[in-house]
Design a protein around this ligand. Structure first.
Ligand SMILES: Cc1ncc(COP(=O)(O)O)c(C=O)c1O
Length: 387
């Protein structure tokens, strides 16, 4: 018999930080429990219910017996619908065999990094960035290498800066357009340029396209329009307001599909069967519902941008996608965590500290407009009063 040992969580797991947005949400919920009214501008999920026909399709699929595991790659009907979507939206031909249906784009991210990276391999990522990118890369033993974006350039990627970051260990370059947290889209020239780097060097582009379909006055470009040396992550959470359904997909180069399928099988088995059927309905029959939500976001964005500028928050270039504004709040404080906390406590408005998205966003706040117009107006009024 061995002596008793206290076993603690692994160092690797211990190094994963939580999202600061969730900390703010928790603090906001505490205040609400004490009876305080809070305006939520920190949330990164649509405030709409999913389209009614998607809900009906899920019920029907359950009644029809879609309640078991599916093939690990996902049902063919869904993969064909995803392939059709790329052809119609982007003119990109994607074979269904290159698609894996996942439980959201988050597990898809894990599959990409898991099949691409050996210990010490590098992925070049933008800064600011969606928080899980560096965390996921590190957890798998890789190294995130950041390149800085600048507000004055509309957070556009500079291809020369990216080239300078390439080393013999580089396996991929991450692009997120429209972006969380900036709401910015990369110009077509950037997407084309990234594809050019991939073709020239053999490095892959990993394109997180989860906010496609949520753009205002412009159209997002899929990396697959320019190269197939790419991994694409996307899904149903944002465009179809289906965050809790946990459904997405990854598109990968052919030779990565077999190991990716094995990884998917070992960790997840398959995405939920009836949710996959509902996903088919969303892709085939929800264009009008998605457009209505998009128009609502657009109206909110058009209201919020001048109001926030008027209050003194900096926004050099107007974001044209997702449902976020990353506003410069340095006029008020350089410490975004402390500032967000004060705004929550003193104004009753929850916003996300920029530093959640990397050092480059310190001094900024992310404001989400996935909140109904009356709440946005109340938030602006409260911020005005507080300032
Ligand atoms: C940039 C980005 N990628 C991926 C995700 C994950 O989305 P899901 O796993 O719901 O598909 C999010 C969620 O907020 C996001 O903002």
């Amino acid at each position: 018999m061995c002596a008793y040992r206290k076993i603690t969580p692994s160092a690797r797991a211990g190094e994963i930080p939580p999202f600061l947005a969730m900390d703010i949400l928790d603090q906001a919920r505490c205040l609400e429990a004490k009876g305080k009214d809070i305006v939520h501008l920190e949330l990164g999920e649509p405030d709409f219910p999913p389209p009614e026909n998607v809900v009906q399709a899920a019920f029907k699929a359950m009644e029809d017996g879609y309640t078991s595991y599916t093939p690990t790659q996902g049902i063919m009907e869904l993969r064909e619908a995803v392939a059709d979507y790329y052809l119609q939206e982007y003119g990109a031909a994607v074979h269904p065999d290159k698609i894996i249906a996942t439980m959201g784009s988050s597990p898809a991210m894990m599959l990409v990094f898991g099949t691409l990276l050996n210990p010490g391999d590098e992925i070049i990522i933008p800064n600011p960035h969606y928080p899980p990118y560096p965390n996921n890369i590190r957890f798998i033993g890789g190294v995130p290498v950041k390149f800085n974006l600048a507000e004055k350039d509309g957070f556009q990627y500079n291809l020369e800066t990216i080239r300078e970051k390439i080393s013999p260990k580089t396996k991929g370059i991450m692009v997120n357009s429209p972006s969380n947290p900036t709401g910015m889209l990369q110009d077509e020239a950037v997407m084309r340029g990234l594809a050019g780097i991939a073709e020239e060097t053999g490095i892959f582009i990993i394109s997180d396209e989860i906010y496609h379909g949520l753009t205002y006055g412009v159209k997002a470009h899929s990396i697959l329009e320019y190269t197939d040396r790419a991994f694409v992550l996307s899904g149903f959470s944002k465009r179809y307001a289906m965050t809790g359904w946990r459904l997405g997909w990854v598109i990968a180069p052919e030779d990565f599909i077999p190991p990716m399928k094995n990884l998917h099988m070992n960790y997840f088995l398959s995405a939920s069967a009836f949710v996959q059927k509902a996903g088919v309905e969303a892709l085939k029959n929800c264009g009008a519902a998605a457009e209505e939500m998009r128009l609502t976001y657009e109206r909110r964005r058009d209201y919020l941008i001048p109001e926030l500028r008027q209050l003194g928050f900096g926004l050099e270039v107007e974001p044209q996608g997702a449902f976020y504004l990353l506003v410069n709040a340095k006029k008020f404080s350089n410490d975004s965590v402390e500032l967000a906390k004060r705004i929550l406590d003193e104004a009753g408005v929850a916003v996300t500290p920029g530093v959640d998205f990397g050092e480059r966003a310190e001094g900024y706040l992310r404001i989400s407009y996935a909140t109904a117009m009356p709440e946005l107006k109340k938030g602006v009024e409260r911020l005005g009063g507080w300032i």
